[in-house]
Design a protein around this ligand. Structure first.
Ligand code: NDP
Length: 445
């Protein structure tokens, strides 16, 4: 790391003790930014990095709710409004028992640069709760969402902060959250949340966008080496929203996706994952992958273990942070890997990223490769603002153009800063410069 940034890093780490995922995200960005400060001394003079690492606002609140037996539970809710230099805070809500301030801050910090890379007018934010939706009834989910929004509503708005989904928050939860916002405010403010249902202000392609976008980004990386998805053997982690649509898109481009996972294990299906069966089990039945293996001839389920033990030429980590470590990366490389695109946020550890770079693997970091989700959320906001709704084809075309644009900007920025082919450098510098310029232009706020 550039010695001028080490002191700033040490201060950020000391001011945010115990938030290891936030530390990891900050260090990863700082490691790319030395050359930027050679060209832009004004960023150091204006203390841009110090300001960028301190969220503009952090909200932590109590979320009381009752289960179906009438028992009272108390969870913790978070919304970190990180940076609004480019537009209203924008970023999802995560409901998972692992959520604490450090996770929300790492996600919010990454979101600033990701949103800048999309070229859309959106700032960075993130939120969520340590609530565990697994095994909860629809009525319990609804009561939790209503209680969560009863506090959150006062902090958000179409021009202020626009949440969306993430792990544990999909169309059902966005529906309950939107309903409660409308009830409290007496406003049909479509642009306050994205990921809405199609008949009440949502955008076509939003459910597919993150997974599709990740595959489009990977396809652009492959093209730089004269390759494509056609004939690739793909391994995907996760089996939620991002994973399902990444699998569908990769297979539509001629790849065979041979494995996917959930938190209990993984399935191997050499014939290629049956996406409709997977979608039905996961989204309709809200079931487990063991049921996929039970119903699909030829597929096997492995309990525990790591999906990265399965060999593939392309890996798409689409589950959660730090799910792919240095050992897993080395194994994938020795098994013939050529490309990785991150559908999840920060799924590869720093050691894993080093292994990929040293082996010359094409590596697309999440803040670039999975930006299609938030970009399509911004398209949903555009449709809401103009009270319009676009066709699937038009919206998918916009998504494709945005992803190709992000790929090309990352590649060009990496070239410009002397790191050709390094999409981590390209994404970090490309996103940072845009936000830093806007922050300086808006004065010391
Ligand atoms: P979902 O809740 O739909 O699916 C998450 C998947 O990951 C599930 O299969 C889940 O398994 C698995 N998973 C979650 N946590 C863990 C864990 N600790 N260990 C192992 N497996 C785990 O979430 P999404 O698909 O929406 O999100 C996946 C990733 O993509 C996240 O990193 C998210 O931040 C990122 N992302 C999502 C976007 C979106 O538009 N939804 C946009 C950009 C990034 P199980 O069901 O067993 O818990």
């Amino acid at each position: 790391m550039d010695s001028r940034l080490e002191g700033i890093r040490d201060t950020v780490l000391a001011r945010n003790p115990g938030e290891k995922e936030f530390h990891q995200a900050v260090i990863e960005v700082f490691e790319s930014l030395g050359p930027v400060h050679d060209r832009h001394p004004e960023f150091l003079e204006g203390a841009v990095l110090e300001r960028l690492c301190e969220p503009e606002r952090q909200i932590i609140f109590r979320v009381p709710w009752t289960d179906d037996a009438g028992r009272v539970h108390v969870n913790r809710g978070f919304r970190v409004e990180f940076n609004s230099a480019l537009g209203p805070y924008k970023g999802g809500l995560r409901f998972h028992p692992s959520v604490y301030l450090g996770i929300v801050k790492f996600l919010g910090f990454e979101q600033i640069f990701k949103n800048a890379l999309t070229g859309m007018p959106i700032g960075g934010g993130k939120g969520g709760s340590d609530f565990d939706p697994r095994g909860r009834s629809d009525a319990e989910i609804m009561r939790f969402c209503q209680s969560f929004m009863t506090e959150l509503y006062r902090h958000i708005g179409e021009y202020t902060d626009v949440p969306a989904g993430d792990i544990g928050v999909g169309g059902r939860e966005i529906g309950y959250l939107f309903g409660q916002y409308k009830r409290i405010t007496n406003r049909y403010e479509s642009g306050v949340l994205t990921g809405k249902g199609i008949s009440w202000g949502g955008s076509l392609v939003r459910p597919e966008a993150t997974g599709y976008g990740t595959v489009i980004f990977a396809q652009e990386m492959l093209k730089t080496r004269g390759q494509s998805f056609d004939g690739q053997r793909v391994v995907v982690s996760g089996s939620g929203n991002v994973a399902i649509h990444a699998i569908a898109k990769a297979q539509s481009l001629g790849a065979t996706v041979v494995a996917c996972s959930d938190s209990a294990g993984y399935v191997v299906d050499e014939a290629g994952i049956d996406v409709e069966l997977l979608r039905h089990i996961k989204e309709v039945e809200r079931g487990r992958l063991t049921e996929y293996a039970a119903r699909r001839g030829g597929a096997t389920h492995v309990t525990g273990g790591s999906v990265w033990d399965v060999n593939g030429t392309v890996a798409l980590p689409c589950a959660t942070q730090n799910e792919l470590d240095g050992d897993a990366a080395a194994k994938l490389v020795s098994n013939g890997l050529i490309a990785v695109a991150e559908g999840a946020n920060m799924p590869s550890t720093r050691e894993a990223v080093s292994v990929f770079h040293e082996a010359g693997i094409l590596f697309g970091p999440g803040k670039a490769a999975n930006a299609g989700g938030v970009a399509t959320s911004a398209l949903e906001m555009q449709q809401n603002a103009s009270r319009d709704s676009w066709s699937f084809e038009h919206t998918e075309q916009r998504l494709t153009e945005i992803m190709v644009g992000i790929h090309d900007r990352c590649a060009a920025t990496a070239d410009e800063y002397g790191a050709p082919g390094n999409y981590v450098v390209g994404a970090n510098i490309g996103g940072f410069v845009k936000v830093a310029d806007a922050m300086l232009a808006q004065g010391l706020i």
